[in-house]
Structures are given as structure tokens and as C-alpha cells.
Ligand binder design. Structure first.
Ligand code: HPA
Length: 270
């Protein structure tokens, strides 16, 4: 694994002079944020030794390296999912590479279904905790000592200080930003009404098919983490009809400006 990571890192460094401090993973519907990056170097995943290519709808599959405001960012435009058939170590491999490139903070975004009547399609929600219901963990196997310890603590997973900053940024920019607990499922089928009621009773507000494995790898590697869910739909507790892919793409797209404000205004060395 170590050699493979070094190969990916060397290749990326040969294409871009990386001094990036902030990593960003763009989820479903949030891809257009990559168009707001200035002074970009774009590298399709297929060109990076060691990288796998995403097959999910609307996931472009490239690294976009550059600036948003005065922040130096390395953005993953597209991610891998468990439902595509990749193992969790494969899904989290790019997070390992970003960590080895020297970022200190990672913003993970996703599209999620709402289990909470107060979190509406179109809302952006800061994740304040998670439930790993994927039945698997990316750290299973030999511990990657160069990143972190065998039993990492998930005590302050979604950094409380950074979440405080997010609330202030939302106030300054006049958008609503609530917080909620995200539960990760494998997908690709959506949840039944009975499953949604169970998850709601467990304390989850949002459900989705990504993010948690990447968060675990990021925390293991010592990064500070922000998780943001774009609510794209109500789940079957409240949803009267079958879900469509179009509905999900459309609702996530409205959040690009909010995410741009967050990236520009977040203070990383606080
Ligand atoms: N369930 C799981 N994943 C999702 C959903 C959902 O309702 N919406 C967007 N991603």
C-alpha cells in the first residue's frame, strides 16, 4: 500500500506544485463547484497510477487542484462507492493520497435522504455525528502505521470548532445550516419505510451511501473533518412516490454557492 501511495503522490506532484491544505470531496450534484476553482490543474483519476475510476452517475472522476478565494484546495470531483463493488480500503485510497500530499483538513460532501421532518430537500446540513451501518470498516486488515494507530478514537469526529465556524459563515451569508446525524448504508437500493423508521428511532437524521468510510480513514490519518449533506429527498417515511435520480441531482445542485462561501471563509489554523 505504501509504495502505491508514493507512486500516486509522485505523479500528482509531477503535474502540480502542491501546497494544498484543504481537501474537498464533491458528492452527487455538487460537481459544479469544481468550475469555481481558479488556477486549476485537472488530473483525471485514470491518469493517476493507483487510482480507480468511479462509475456512479454524475461523478466525473478527476482531481481539481487550485484556489477558491485565497484557499489552496485539492478537490475530488467524484468518489468511489461501496455499491460499485469496491472494497472500503479502495474507496478510502484517495483519502490516503490526499493525506500523504499534506492536507490538514477535509470537507466531505454528499447527497442524502432526510429522516427528519425539519430537514428539507434543498437544505445543506452539517453532519455532527454518524452511524456506520455499512457492516464494514475501511481499517479492517493490517494497520497502516504510517497514518495512525490501530484503534482511532471517533470522539470529536466532526470537529466541533469547525462546526462553530460553519454556523457563523451561514449566518453571515444568510443561509440556513442545520446539524444532523448521518447514517451510512451500502445502497444501491433505497431504504424501505420500515428501515427508515428504525434509523429514525436510532437517532439518525440523514441517510446516504458514502462519506463514513472516508471520514474514518481521514480521522485515522489525523485530519480535521467537516461533513456536509445536501438533502435531496425525503425518505420513505414522508415520501409518497418512488424516488428518481433526476429529483436527487436537481436538489443537490442548489447548494454550490453555500459550499463556495464555506470554503472561502473557513479558518483552518484556528
Ligand atoms: N437514501 C440513501 N442515499 C441517498 C438518499 C436516500 O434517500 N438520497 C440521496 N442519497
Amino acid at each position: 500500500m505504501e509504495d502505491r501511495i508514493q507512486q500516486s503522490v509522485s505523479y500528482i506532484r509531477s503535474r502540480a506544485n502542491i501546497k494544498q491544505e484543504l481537501g474537498i470531496v464533491l458528492g452527487t450534484g455538487l460537481n459544479s463547484l469544481a468550475e469555481r476553482v481558479k488556477e486549476t490543474v485537472e488530473i483525471p483519476y485514470g491518469e493517476i497510477p493507483g487510482f480507480k475510476v468511479s462509475t456512479a452517475p454524475s461523478h466525473k472522476g478527476r482531481l481539481v487542484i487550485g484556489r477558491v478565494g485565497n484557499k489552496r484546495v485539492v478537490m475530488m470531483q467524484g468518489r468511489l462507492h461501496y455499491y460499485e463493488g469496491y472494497s472500503l480500503p479502495e474507496i478510502t485510497y484517495p483519502i490516503r493520497v490526499l493525506t500523504a500530499l499534506g492536507i490538514n483538513t477535509l470537507i466531505l460532501t454528499n447527497a442524502a435522504g432526510s429522516l427528519n421532518p425539519y430537514l428539507l430537500p434543498g437544505d445543506l446540513v452539517a453532519i455532527n455525528d454518524h452511524i456506520n451501518f455499512m457492516g464494514n470498516n475501511p481499517l479492517i486488515g493490517a494497520n497502516e502505521e504510517q497514518f495512525g494507530e490501530r484503534f482511532p478514537s471517533l470522539h470529536d469526529t466532526y470537529d466541533a470548532e469547525l462546526r462553530g465556524q460553519l454556523r457563523q459563515i451561514a449566518d453571515r451569508n444568510n443561509f440556513k445550516l442545520r446539524e444532523g446525524v448521518y447514517i451510512a448504508v451500502t445502497g444501491p437500493s433505497f431504504e424501505t419505510r420500515a428501515e427508515c423508521l428504525m434509523m429514525r428511532n436510532w437517532g439518525a437524521d440523514l441517510v446516504g451511501m458514502s462519506t463514513v468510510p472516508e471520514v474514518i480513514a481521514a480521522i485515522h490519518g489525523g485530519l480535521r473533518v467537516i461533513g456536509l449533506s445536501a438533502v435531496t429527498n425525503f425518505t420513505n417515511i414522508f415520501h409518497g412516490a418512488a424516488h428518481t435520480q433526476a429529483e436527487i441531482q436537481e436538489q443537490a445542485a442548489g447548494n454550490t454557492a453555500k459550499l463556495e462561501a464555506i470554503i472561502k471563509e473557513i479558518e483552518l489554523n484556528s
